[in-house]
Design a protein around this ligand. Structure first.
Ligand code: BTN
Length: 261
């Protein structure tokens, strides 16, 4: 039997962090951890507060999509108070923390699809949603929402994209969500504290991107662009080279790798 108790006490017990995960609010079932985290952040929650759900009934994905989080998944949101200059780094740190912790707990190889999807064997296993609140030019809080498909079988959810998978599907056995959450929170804090001089974070994130050098189709708002994903800048934006030689710098978008189609 894997350790799968996601209670606040089990997560915080002897967790080797200073602040990330030192306060955990656990719900067996709720709409979305983002909603609760936002309310907590507005009420002045301490930095590093984590909202975890055993199951979400209205999980939110990027670009207003729904995110499926049935029982057996990990759904959590972490409240941070970053300096404005560190905000782009949150995308990199959250995907690296997810990739590193998945690798540490499962020994599967995890890759990053720009900007912050985590893939295992070419299929999406984890999605990350970033939200920030500003007062003038200052970030009042940021919330990192992380969803990982862990102990459920994608075959039981035929509505989900074929390009998705779960850790249990890839491993053929269940994984300890508790070990994975604790590893994830520990990695997040380690990387967050390294963020002010975050060149190493940028370089590791760039090295893990499966996107670079590939033919891609990017949906950015209502625009669809195609080309080769040439490079990523220090602020996390993607440089797309079009067939006519021109280029576009993309700050946010949804990438599909074309050579897989
Ligand atoms: C994506 O579309 O790839 C991002 C998915 C983010 C899902 C996580 S699960 C925890 C948190 N709560 C939500 O409702 N969404 C994020």
């Amino acid at each position: 039997m894997v350790k799968d108790n996601l209670s606040s006490a089990a997560i915080t017990d002897n967790l080797k962090t200073r602040f990330v995960g030192q306060r955990v609010i656990y719900y067996p079932r709720l709409t979305s951890t983002m909603n609760v985290a936002r309310r907590e952040a507005r009420q002045g929650a301490v930095e590093g507060t984590v909202v975890v759900a055993g199951e979400q009934t209205a999980g939110k994905g990027r670009v207003k999509r729904a995110w499926l989080s049935p029982r057996g998944s990990i759904a959590l949101s972490v409240i941070l108070h970053p300096d404005t200059a560190c905000l782009p780094g949150l995308i990199m740190l959250s995907s690296l923390a997810a990739a590193r912790s998945i690798e540490a707990v499962t020994a599967l190889e995890a890759q990053v699809k720009w900007p912050n999807d985590i893939l295992v064997n070419g299929k999406k296993v984890c999605g990350i949603l970033l939200e920030s609140d500003w007062r003038g030019k200052r970030v009042t809080y940021a919330i990192i929402g992380i969803g990982i498909n862990v102990n459920f079988r994608l075959a039981d959810f035929p509505g989900i994209l074929p390009a998705a998978t779960s850790l249990a599907d890839e491993l053929g056995k269940d994984v300890s969500r508790l070990d994975l959450v604790r590893a994830l929170l520990t990695e997040m804090e380690r990387l967050y504290r390294a963020l002010p001089d975050g060149d190493a974070i940028y370089r590791e994130w760039r090295a893990r991107l499966v996107t670079l050098g590939r033919k891609v189709r990017v949906e950015s708002g209502k625009t669809i662009l195609e080309g080769i994903a040439e490079s990523v800048a220090r602020d996390g934006s993607l440089l797309l080279r079009h067939p006519d030689g021109s280029s576009t710098q993309i700050v946010a978008g949804d990438v599909r790798l074309r050579d897989d189609e």
